[in-house]
Design a protein around this ligand. Sequence first.
Ligand SMILES: Cc1cc2nc3c(=O)[nH]c(=O)nc-3n(C[C@H](O)[C@H](O)[C@H](O)COP(=O)(O)OP(=O)(O)OC[C@H]3O[C@@H](n4cnc5c(N)ncnc54)[C@H](O)[C@@H]3O)c2cc1C
Length: 426
Amino acid sequence: MGNLNSHYDVIIVGSGPAGLGAAFKIAQNSKQSVLLIEKKKISSGGLRNDCKQNYTYPVGFPLEHWGKEQADELLKEVASHLNPKMETRLNIEKYVKRAQKLGVDILAIDQAHVGTDKSAELIRGLVNQLKELDVTVALETEVKELLSNDKALILANEQTISFNHIILGPGRADYDWMQEQMDNLNVAYSDNIVDIGIRVEMKEENYSIVKDYYDPKILFPNKVRTFCTNSGCAHIVREKYKGYYSVNGHSLSRDKKANKLVNFAMLKTIRLTEPVVSGQEFGKILGEMVMQLTGGSVIMQRVGDFRLGQRSTKETFNDDLYDFKNTLSNAVAADLSLSMPAKILRDIWEALKQLDTIVPGVLHPSTILYYPEIKTYSNKPQFINDNFMVKEGYYIIGDGAGTSRGITAAWASGIRAVNDILDKES
Ligand SMILES: Cc1cc2nc3c(=O)[nH]c(=O)nc-3n(C[C@H](O)[C@H](O)[C@H](O)COP(=O)(O)OP(=O)(O)OC[C@H]3O[C@@H](n4cnc5c(N)ncnc54)[C@H](O)[C@@H]3O)c2cc1C
């Protein structure tokens, strides 16, 4: 990146969907100078993955910050940038009826899917549009810290840049950086929630609902839910976090040959109360335990072994009963119950049994359970207004501030912060 100015009216940190949402809104509605800073080579955060976009409230919108009307309004604006092609949703009534009998909810949502192989193209297009709108986009540029007394930040290369307004959208992964900055700025925050769960992988014929409903959103008792279903050309990956791996699922665009496998997460939300401790730390400790047990990886176990109360081994894993190969090749065949807290395991297993009644086949002995899938909720800063301001001129948005849990809501949170700046301008 060439030389940056020493002052911009508005600085946006992070080019995930939250930062992009803010950047488009300010660039299209104001003459203020805008700098978008991203530490990575390619914009941008979670958009650069599978990129499923949910367009139905409340998916991705934490209820404490969002009402339906406001979310619906902003979702239209998000769609005008991302141009979603909605997936079809057919014949789900029979599943809904079965679910109702069990006290389980199936949400009918509008969703579009880009695919991991196509998302880079989408992002490049968005960044080019921003440049045409005169936004200075600084990729591979890291913000080291925010100054506590001046409206200014220091980059990793030691340049100091001042601003009138700053919008911080660092995402979840950099929660500790965000905590340091909030400490600098004297902004109070808490972080007591975390989602812990497993990723389930099976043959598509054993989870046939995906033919009718691309990413079924199913809510079970005890705060367990399905999350991020992938089919078509679907595979599981291991993502590195600080001190552990979490599994995650991907699928490629429809252009790629289908592998006839499906994966989805079953997550349980944990809210830690008295004595309140960090959800991030709790998740990390569980992840580290799996690292210990697997020699530095993640666990996988076939449902057949799990049911018999025996660990999976390399041999049982490839038994003739087990009729498909795990897509995450470096997971270690082992025993889920040795590493997962009992309450989480019990609630998730109950939910899986209910799911097996709603969509018979999920619990085929060959189905694989991978652990851990950990979704941290990040920090919840104390906001001083409804548009995510934490201090005069400072906003924190997106997943990193607990104002969203997905691409579309993150984008919408960026719009909301900018609306606040625009209100002040007029
Ligand atoms: C593998 C994966 C797949 C996902 N798939 C989906 C999906 O299909 N659908 C969906 O709705 N959600 C998905 N999510 C969640 C989704 O990505 C997030 O909800 C969303 O990206 C949050 O947006 P954000 O802008 O708040 O943060 P992010 O997208 O995380 O962006 C934050 C950005 O800030 C940058 N940054 C952080 N600190 C600094 C710093 N100090 N200086 C400069 N830059 C910095 C980071 O590099 C990053 O690019 C997925 C997440 C992951 C990890």
